[in-house]
Design a protein around this ligand. Structure first.
Ligand SMILES: Cc1ncc(COP(=O)(O)O)c(C=O)c1O
Length: 492
């Protein structure tokens, strides 16, 4: 058990009161009151008022509240999307990110004006380094996927510096789709290895593929089947012996805090999804943030700028000759950094460790409660997510997609389905620590009810959902041809 994460000091969210103007602690940058007036150029100004509906305030509020209920979100109901850690986003995070001293600053301001913000970025960096056990970090990437890409560019820079232009990155077949995409984008070839019969990395297959062309290995730990890679030390040694680097896809870090650290395992780099483990919003509620922590040997390749102290003041440092450059404007999504630090400070080290322990307990609770009706993929305790196959329901004429759609009729977001690909009719359920026992029990009851429906009326399940604003969509088509126009029910 890592003790270090627990040593992170717990602070009441009220400590952020210190960032209000006029108080000590975080120094407050100037607000809009003290910023110079900005004049919009005449040719960009409107000459006529925009056509906006004139409505009463309560009509406007009802309009938005009603719209917000047409989609599913974590404030509406349970959202056990596997590998996505859809935990509750505490509202205190938003309140703190909205403080004028944080929300009205500009990255164009002189560093001397934004000492408080720079200190906050340093504090968040230190906390994330404590959680991961790594040596240095960038907060720039805007998503896990961009973190992967950033780290792979650092791998490339590292190998080129050693005079080696290596060509391939190895991944297991349980890898998230962003892994091969990032590899290709970074200019490498992908070598995918089959998992062994326990759902873990196949060490013999790894040994066979390692040669002087392998730039590194990307591996998710715990993996996307919810299992800890128990041979991780051996795996990392093998890759290092072959001259490669090892990347941990840290999307599932919610299962590791206070239990094990990528740095102690020997990883060279790992990303964290602040919009998963550290409770900042996802997707449409984003933007995201995917900081990358690295071991000492990659530190000089980190994106610029980094924050340094010059003449007693914090400042940006751009003059880093080995840096891969920038991967985001300025220093990433600052509002997410405030939210993540708010979460870390309000939880404290013991709280973060308890989060991971409870995430694991909740997943195993679901795993055991559903095992009477749904086929468990592997008969061993899981980490943060429980993986089932819908094979038993398929035998009744119902596919996993029908189960997923039917859940929407019961007000629950479906789990991740058909991923990882190695599990037939896969249902990957990640309840997270932030759900109550009552919510988990309600979910279990609904899943058992759907199984009974599959026996009694499989045809009915094939046309679910029945209660949502839209029924079955061409999901790939809908994602590719987004129609975000607002329409009235009468237009539908
Ligand atoms: C295992 C894994 N890796 C990487 C990612 C990519 O993260 P992001 O969506 O922040 O780009 C995800 C996202 O779900 C994931 O589950």
């Amino acid at each position: 058990m890592s003790r270090d994460v627990r040593s992170l000091q717990q602070e009441s969210p009220l400590v952020f009161e210190l960032s209000r103007p006029g108080r000590s602690g975080y120094q407050v940058p100037p607000t809009s009151d003290t910023l110079p007036e900005f004049e919009v150029p005449a040719n960009l100004k409107r000459h006529t008022a925009p056509r906006l509906p004139e409505v009463a305030e309560n009509t406007a509020v009802r309009h938005y509240v009603n719209l917000s209920t047409r989609n599913h979100h974590v404030d509406k109901d349970f959202y056990p999307l596997g590998s996505c850690t859809m935990k509750y986003n505490p509202k205190i995070n938003d309140e703190l990110a909205g403080l004028r001293g944080f929300s009205l600053i500009s990255p164009w301001q002189p560093a001397a004006d934004i000492q408080g913000a720079l200190q906050l970025l340093r504090d968040l960096s230190d906390a994330l380094l404590e959680v991961t056990g790594m040596d240095d970090i960038t907060l720039q990437p805007a998503a896990g996927a961009q973190g992967e890409f950033t780290a792979l560019l650092m791998f490339r820079a590292y190998h080129l510096k050693q005079g080696n232009a290596r060509k391939r990155i190895v991944i297991p077949d349980s890898a998230h789709g962003t892994n091969p995409a990032s590899i290709v984008l970074a200019g490498y070839g992908v070598t995918q290895l089959p998992s062994d019969s326990k759902g873990l990395m196949d060490i013999d297959a790894l040994k066979r593929t390692l040669d002087e062309d392998v730039a590194g290995l990307m591996i998710t730990n715990p993996n996307t089947i919810g299992l800890f890679e128990s041979n991780i030390a051996k795996i990392i040694d093998l890759v290092h012996e072959a001259g490669g680097l090892v990347y941990m896809d840290g999307a599932n870090l919610n299962a590791l805090m206070g239990i094990a650290r990528p740095g102690d395992m020997g990883f060279d780099a790992c990303h964290m999804n602040l919009h998963k483990t550290f409770s900042t919003p996802h997707g449409g509620g984003g933007p995201g943030s995917g900081p990358v922590a690295v071991s000492g040997k990659l530190a000089k390749y980190l994106p610029v700028p980094v924050i340094t102290r010059k003449n007693g003041l914090l400042d940006w440092e751009f003059d880093r000759p080995d840096s891969i450059g920038s991967v985001h404007t300025f220093y990433g999504n600052f509002g997410m950094h405030v939210r993540a630090l708010a979460y870390i400070k309000s939880m404290g080290g013991d709280g973060l460790a308890a989060i991971s322990e409870n995430a694991i307990i909740n997943a195993n609770y679901i795993r055991s409660k559903l095992s009477s009706a749904y086929q468990i993929f592997l008969h061993r305790p899981c980490m943060h997510e429980a993986v089932f196959s819908g094979n038993l329901q398929k035998a009744k004429g119902v596919r996993t997609t029908d189960i997923a759609k039917r859940l929407l009729d019961y007000g629950i977001h479906p789990p991740t389905v058909y991923f990882p690909l190695l599990v037939p009719e896969c249902l990957m359920i990640e309840p997270t620590e932030s759900e109550t026992r009552e919510t988990l029990d309600e979910f279990v009851d609904v899943m058992l009810k759907i199984d009974r429906e599959a026996s009694e009326n499989p045809e009915m399940l094939k046309h679910a959902p029945y209660t949502t604003p839209v029924r079955r969509l061409d999901e790939a088509g809908a994602a590719r041809n987004l129609n975000i126009r607002y329409f009235n029910d009468a237009d539908a």
